[in-house]
Design a protein around this ligand. Structure first.
Ligand SMILES: Nc1ncnc2c1ncn2[C@@H]1O[C@H](COP(=O)(O)OP(=O)(O)OP(=O)(O)O)[C@@H](O)[C@H]1O
Ligand SMILES: [Mg+2]
Length: 508
């Protein structure tokens, strides 16, 4: 049975096509009418669904200054209350922002046939009802059966189960200020993906963990079989897997002439049967040194650049880990960058992994995957002056990955500093608290769904509150993010606790 909460009426210039006001029924035992509640009314076109945007309290008694003066001057207001039934004159109005029209398949009003834009206002006098959970889920595009449960819809308190296909179909971004809860939310998404039933179909996950925040997952008994941690101190790029242009990418000073020379040497090495395609940077350097012909200064310069690359201790004859072997359906591979400080090294590794993943996916050698990039502004920055080795491949994944079922999740605390090309391809956005006005403007520019109204709400979100919008849902919706199911053994410690630990250490 639908719960009636009020009646549409004329107030100011409303109702119009985009908004309608209704008088809230006085007696509301069952529901508490709040901003953010989803309601519907029957208009000439069909079921008009909307969300309460504002609530106004009116009382005719208190619109007149003289009455208020009389009220305040009287020593015993209770006498006045008897004379003027002011309480009875108070009424509440809700202003509803219309979201769309629902066409149902039949009179059961259970199966939604389609949702379309409204073109006609609500009718004054018609009843207003609460949208039932089942209809709301369908209207928002949630998937109650197979969806990823990330929390509850604000106000209505129904489960927010994001449809995985819709979320992972077109890339997504998680954005907020530092400490806004991005990593926390990401760990919830990981929990959900790894806990899905096997026969639902779940992609592989690869995560660049810049601060080692996800290592705790390995200690969770329920998940540990699905988790591989790769410490990047042991990471090796496979030299035979690199194209000659990668050397230029990793060592910018190599000139085009030198690249051409280098490609000759590499070709020779490739043909060398004894090497069996297993050569390293050292072999290339040796090959150049042993070559009798060729310009001496070019050779010398090349050797210099390659030796400098060699000092990064990143290169071997075979990649480690072998990506083709580690990337598996419904398993997560976490690359732990915690101990690496060189940004160049980090970018080289990210560039290599992204390139390899893209190639392996294109040739169907690994399953569809979700690649999560923490601190994405480090690897794919916007500004032209802060070049990043890994920027072109991340932008390419953002542009073309979808066709190969390679999904990207970019996480950043500075949307403004993140490549616009990459961010604009992130169709779904999970926005937690963002305060910086430049970042907010950037968000508004990159997504038509974010209006001015939303930006003020985004900047006042608390920890654990988020706005979900884009391809993953039909309409932007505010969600209370749930708690982690699996918690780290050592929870985050406070500043004072950390100081005490330090103090103890000093005393020893
Ligand atoms: N939904 C939530 N429920 C409970 N606590 C939360 C929730 N979201 C975040 N927190 C708390 O907020 C703190 C900060 O969260 P988190 O580390 O995810 O922030 P962040 O956005 O990743 O920050 P940074 O940009 O610095 O990496 C965490 O200690 C976490 O305990
Ligand atoms: Mg974080």
């Amino acid at each position: 049975m639908a719960i009636k909460v009020g009646t549409v009426f004329n107030y100011l210039q409303f109702p119009n096509v985009s908004k309608f006001p209704f008088v809230i029924n006085k007696r509301q035992d069952e529901v508490f009418i709040q901003k953010g509640l989803f309601v519907y009314t029957k208009s000439n076109e069909g079921f008009l669904i909307g969300v309460i945007e504002e609530i106004v309290l009116l009382n005719e008694y208190f619109t007149d200054a003289l009455t208020i003066k009389a009220y305040n001057n009287n020593n015993n207001p209770n006498i006045l209350k008897g004379l003027f039934p002011s309480d009875d004159f108070e009424f509440a109005i809700a202003i509803v922002k219309c979201l769309g029209l629902i066409k149902f398949k039949d009179d059961n009003l259970k199966e939604i046939e389609r949702v379309q834009r409204m073109t006609y206002p609500a009718s004054p006098g018609k009843g207003v009802y609460i949208v039932e959970e089942e209809i709301l889920n369908k209207f928002l595009g949630f998937d109650t059966k197979f969806g990823l449960n990330i929390g509850r819809v604000k106000v209505t308190n129904s489960n927010a189960n994001i449809n995985m296909n819709r979320l992972l179909n077109k890339h997504f971004a998680i954005l907020s200020i530092s400490g806004g809860g991005k990593s926390y939310l990401t760990s919830i998404l990981i929990e959900e993906l790894l806990s899905r039933k096997e026969d639902y179909g779940t992609p592989a996950i690869i995560l660049f963990d810049v601060h080692g925040e996800y290592i705790y997952l390995k200690d969770i008994p329920e998940l540990k079989n699905k988790i591989k941690i790769e410490n990047i101190s042991y990471f090796q790029l496979g030299i035979p897997k690199l194209s000659v242009y990668s050397f230029k990418k990793y060592q910018e000073q190599i000139s085009n002439v030198q690249v051409r020379e280098l490609s000759k040497y590499i070709k020779k090495l490739k043909r060398d049967k004894n090497k069996n395609s297993k050569y390293t940077l050292k072999d290339i350097i040796e090959q150049i040194e042993n070559e009798s012909d060729g310009n001496k200064s070019t050779k010398q310069a090349l050797i210099g650049w390659l030796a400098e690359l060699e000092r990064l201790t990143l290169f071997g004859y075979q990649e480690n880990p072998i990506l083709e072997k580690v990337v598996k359906n419904q398993e997560i591979t976490i690359f732990n960058f915690q101990n690496e400080i060189s940004i160049r090294k980090k970018q080289i590794i990210v560039d290599y992994i992204c390139n390899r993943l893209f190639e392996l996916r294109r040739t169907n050698k690994i399953p569809p995957f979700l690649l999560i990039v923490e601190e994405a502004h480090q690897f794919c920055p916007e500004a032209a002056h802060s070049k990043a080795i890994s920027k072109p491949i991340i932008e390419m994944l953002a542009r073309e990955g979808r066709k190969f079922m390679a999904c990207l999740c970019l996480i950043s605390q500075r949307p403004k500093k993140l490549s616009t090309t990459a961010l604009s391809q992130c169709n779904s956005k999970l926005v937690l608290n963002v305060k910086n006005p430049y970042d907010l403007k950037h968000l508004m520019d990159s997504s038509e769904a974010i209006t001015k109204e939303y930006t003020s709400m985004i900047s006042s979100l608390g920890v654990g509150e988020m706005l979900l919008m884009g391809n993953a849902v039909n309409y932007p919706v505010f969600i209370d993010v749930r708690e982690r199911k699996y918690k780290p053994k050592v929870d985050a410690i406070t500043l004072s606790q950390s100081c005490l630990i330090w103090q103890k250490k000093e005393l020893k």
